[in-house]
Design a protein around this ligand. Structure first.
Ligand SMILES: Cc1ncc(COP(=O)(O)O)c(C=O)c1O
Length: 446
């Protein structure tokens, strides 16, 4: 049986990771520090690997297995791992110390840089994570509009803050996460992307809706792109009713072009949250947007809307790594084009193969973002709702396991293509997915 032989190989090749996992589950709940870092593997009797080092497109685990990495540090490492110029910049600064709890020139330079690149960012504030950034953005929106309701895209992942941790694994906000108030008490509504119903929701709640928040491509939700026309309509309808539009660009910012996704389609939201790439692989979050709104968080403002704080906000190494990364990206037009094309080609080729072979797999993504979904049954051109309803977590875990066994590391199937990936890397990924697609799809689970 495919599952049995894959598990045997996985365990045999990773004795050190296996041993460390046994300790890990004793000291960390579920053995992890981020929920998705099990890679689903314990579900089918395996364990996640422990990584020791990374370079370019590769990760190396503590058993010395080398992987082509598509996870890229939760999408943050667009230049690949350990890019020498960024490493140099960090090393250079380390000589001076790394945490002062004061202002540094680097936060000004990074803010200037981001503001220069993006029409929609007139002023901005740094924090330490995207989770904080989206929490602050919604708070700012509520206080600014003096309205309570926030509508978020179902499946949207904005971090696990108390405000937005609703409708994460599902399209609807009906399930109440333990420890949080019911969605109606929390003032959270959910809508489905690319579905006209949201415009009725806006009309119905126009007097109480503070903001609409969504990612232009649902990242953690599964790689689903939002139609550009839908985003344009959202802008028009929110403007009509003085509802703030918030784009969560924590993943999409600087992912497809040297700037925010919003520039690509000319839809400028009121507020934008950012993270990941703009920190060059160091912890970061940021919120930016219209000066009139964001300036209200200034201590000089009479009725200051309090957002921020954070011992490590504007952390110098994050600012420096971010600046260096954005400077490299400024001259990376060819590389952006290349990885976007590689992603589009890979997506098309994989779906052609899945369709020809009638597999229970589908690739979803946009340009350099690419995810793989497994389902309990074969569905021709499934809708987002069907992909989620018939999600097969065991099959997805087996897919991940079979990829690791063939020296490819990914999450949500794959993840993204970085500028360190070569064409040969992408061809290898494609060949491996083709090799394992059939047995993964045909595997029976009890
Ligand atoms: C779109 C989006 N927003 C917010 C977050 C939360 O960011 P962080 O993990 O830095 O807290 C994430 C993280 O994956 C994300 O993908």
């Amino acid at each position: 049986m495919f599952l049995t032989s894959e598990l045997k190989k996985f365990h045999e090749d990773r004795p050190k990771s296996k041993k460390l996992w046994e300790t890990s589950v004793k000291v960390l709940p579920g053995g992890i520090s981020h929920n998705i870092r099990t890679f689903g593997l314990p579900l089918i009797g395996a364990f996640p690997v422990f990584i020791n080092s990374a370079n370019g497109p590769y990760l190396i685990d503590i058993d010395n297995n080398k992987y082509i990495d598509c996870w890229n540090g939760h999408f943050a490492m667009i230049l690949g791992h350990n890019p020498p110029q960024v490493q140099e910049a960090i090393k250079e600064h380390l000589k001076n110390g790394w945490h002062f709890g004061t202002n540094t020139q680097y936060q000004v330079e990074l803010a200037e840089r981001i503001i220069k690149d993006n029409l929609g960012i007139e002023k901005m504030r740094f924090c330490t994570s995207g989770t904080e950034a989206t929490m602050y953005a919604t708070r700012l929106a509520r206080a600014y509009t003096k309205r309570k309701l926030v509508a978020k895209a179902g499946l949207g992942w904005h971090g696990a803050n108390d405000t937005l941790y609703y409708a994460v694994g599902s399209l609807d906000a009906e399930i109440c996460p333990l420890g949080l108030p019911k969605p109606e008490e929390a003032g959270i509504l959910a809508f489905e992307i690319n579905n006209e119903k949201v415009f009725d929701l806006i009309k119905l709640n126009s007097k109480n809706l503070a903001a609409i928040i969504l990612e232009p491509i649902l990242g953690g939700g599964g790689g689903f792109p939002v139609n550009h026309e839908f985003l344009k309509r959202l802008r028009e309808e929110t403007e009509k009713f003085d509802i703030l539009l918030i784009f969560d660009e924590v993943i999409t910012g600087y992912r497809f072009i040297n700037g925010l996704f919003q520039n690509q389609i000319g839809v400028i939201p009121d507020l934008t949250t950012m993270g990941k790439i703009i920190g060059g692989g160091m912890p970061i979050g940021a919120i930016g947007g219209k000066e009139e709104i964001i300036e209200q968080s200034s201590p000089n403002f009479e009725n200051q809307i309090l957002i921020g704080g954070g011992t490590f906000s504007g952390f110098p190494l994050s600012m420096i790594a971010g600046l260096k990364t954005l400077n490299i990206l400024k001259d990376s037009q060819k590389n952006y084009l290349r990885i976007n094309q590689e992603g589009e080609r890979l997506l098309t080729k994989l779906n052609q193969f899945f369709n020809d072979e009638k597999l229970k797999l589908i690739a979803i993504g946009y340009k350099s973002m690419i995810m793989l979904h497994a389902m309990t049954k074969r569905i021709e051109q499934p809708s987002i709702r069907e992909i989620i309803e018939f999600k097969d977590k065991n099959r997805e875990a087996l897919l991940q396991l079979a990829l690791f066994n063939r020296n490819i590391s990914g999450l949500h199937g794959l993840g993204s293509i970085s500028m360190a990936h070569t064409h040969e890397n992408i061809v290898q990924i494609q060949d491996v997915v083709r090799d394992i697609g059939k047995p993964v799809s045909q595997q029976r689970f009890n």
